[in-house]
Design a protein around this ligand. Structure first.
Ligand code: ZN
Length: 162
């Protein structure tokens, strides 16, 4: 039986602060920072804001919404993505910025979307046939930019698997 070792590499950009970003990216990340204030997170104290920009320039926001029945809650990314998909059918998502803040406000590196949100991002990316950029930031730490959502879930389940 033969065995092959394979490897997949992920490319991403890291910036020292949001001052180094393009104006559009910086504004989108600032929007995500602000959106954290709309989170409903009484259980975890973990507040996440998401702000995405559509191909027509329109912005759609989301924040994490927790629930006493924990699995009923939803992440900021999916709140924004499903709102965008539901109210703007056929218009692609260009970029999504995500910013988090924990209870102690001591995050030093950006937080990546969870597996569920990554799956939704990859699925939407395939549907719209263009990459969705991901911009991740925290108050005191670097900014990370990924050119495509596939980078965070390289072995994503897709419609081709059905
Ligand atoms: Zn998530």
């Amino acid at each position: 039986m033969s065995k092959k070792e394979r490897e997949r590499k992920i490319k991403y950009e890291e910036f020292g602060s949001l001052q180094h970003l393009t104006t559009e990216d910086r504004k989108l990340l600032e929007c995500a920072f602000d959106e954290r204030d709309h989170a409903y997170a009484p259980y975890s104290g973990f507040r996440v804001g998401a702000c995405l920009i559509l191909e027509n320039g329109q912005k759609v926001v989301g924040s994490n919404q927790e629930n006493a029945s924990f699995p009923a809650g939803l992440c900021a990314e999916r709140v924004a993505l499903f709102t965008a998909m539901g109210s703007n059918p056929g218009i692609g998502v260009k970029s999504i910025a995500v910013a988090a803040k924990n209870l102690n406000d001591n995050l030093e590196s950006p937080v990546f979307p969870c597996g569920f949100c990554a799956q939704v991002l990859v699925d939407l990316e395939e549907r719209q046939k263009s990459p969705i950029r991901i911009i991740l930031g925290v108050d005191r730490g670097p900014v990370i930019i990924l050119a495509s959502s596939k980078s965070i879930l390289p072995f994503a389940f897709s419609s081709r698997d059905l």
